[in-house]
Design a protein around this ligand. Sequence first.
Ligand code: LLP
Length: 438
Amino acid sequence: AGSVERGADGALTVGGTSVLDLAREHGTPAYVLDEDDFRTRARAFRDAWATAYGPLAGADVYYAGKAFLCTQVARWVRDEGLHLDVCSGGELAVAQRAGMPPERIGVHGNNKSMAELERAVALGVGRVVVDSAEEIERLAAVAQRLGTTARVMVRVTVGVEAHTHEFIATAHEDQKFGFSLGSGAAADAVRRILAHAPHLELVGLHSHIGSQIFDTAGFEVSARRVLGLHAAVAQEHGVRLPELDLGGGFGIAYTTEHDPLPPHELASGMAAIVERECRGLGVPVPRVSVEPGRAIAGPSTFTLYEVGTVKQVDLDGGARRAYVSVDGGMSDNIRTALYEASFSCTLASRRSEAPPRLSRVVGKHCESGDIVVMDEFLPADVRPGDLLAVPGTGAYCRALSSQYNHVPRPPVLAVRDGVSRVIVRRETVEDLLALDVP
Ligand code: LLP
């Protein structure tokens, strides 16, 4: 997070609050979210896209709620002037509770339920991104039944191999999302909506190639391909689609090996491509939207853990590794186990002059894959009672958390101007028991 510093006592402070106070007041583990950092990044994206596309047809930034969503965060997103991408009835409920204007909500999902479609249409969301032939029929029927028109986008699979983990790449052909461009399924979906669905208003095409992407070539190819279809629609149907969504996926630096582009460079680079491509195709530039999740939420948060045990293990070749066990683990951060994601870790509660020691930060769960940080050189005197901070956990950590082993999930603490407040409270064992039928 932007405002993390080390205080005079050697303990980290964030947003003016010491981790020692946070741990004392709220316990560990905890997600510590720097509200200014989140808001600043949200604004940076909004401003970057507004500036780059201002001279064109304008732009909207949809915060992808799947990265992390709670009522307060949805309110910040609303207040900072962003739109919100939701992909389930649950996320839609949070958006509503936060007072997000329906026209600023976009709804995603490859298998939305009838109830989800009905809620979205009844609410009058800004757009539903349709993902299958069945869904076009369902949505058309829902809109007709409710006597309204639903604004839709068609999700196009552009056939790009994004350079990221295969589980989070979404635009190659062999996966579940969208209508394939290559096979003609996307063009068919457009035809179907335009010709036979009077209760659906097609506002544009959508493409999203994956997540944690640094190579902008993937975004470029995707934009060019989806604009090709956009122009073909103009030609075949004489319809000028007013919008185009280029998805999210902008990578962040979890460790020093990554160096992400700042939002204004991303935005201006993409705007140049969109403009050039549209000129070449002879179509007016549509209003563009993007859906960053990780790039806004990820860097805002670190997870604060307390060390419980430290164990030294001999490795082949005579080296040793310290297994540092913390009071959370794969239930609050499954990204390492699931995607072999890289995180770093710092001793947060004090300064140490001890030499660095090869360490692995592990959780308290009943499996050896329960690893939070694969390799880190922590001071050799790290011991029980120390606090550790794992940065970059604002996206897809709390969102993907579980209650594995009946370990209650940590709270989310928002810090700002030296004040901390709970924005998602800590789960308790009673919460877990409450779901059990005795
Ligand atoms: N738009 C769509 C249609 C998406 O599917 C996603 C992410 C986004 C936007 C936001 O992508 P972002 O800007 O956050 O990269 N759990 C995985 C990431 C899954 C991403 C799913 N879709 C992880 O922890 O890496």
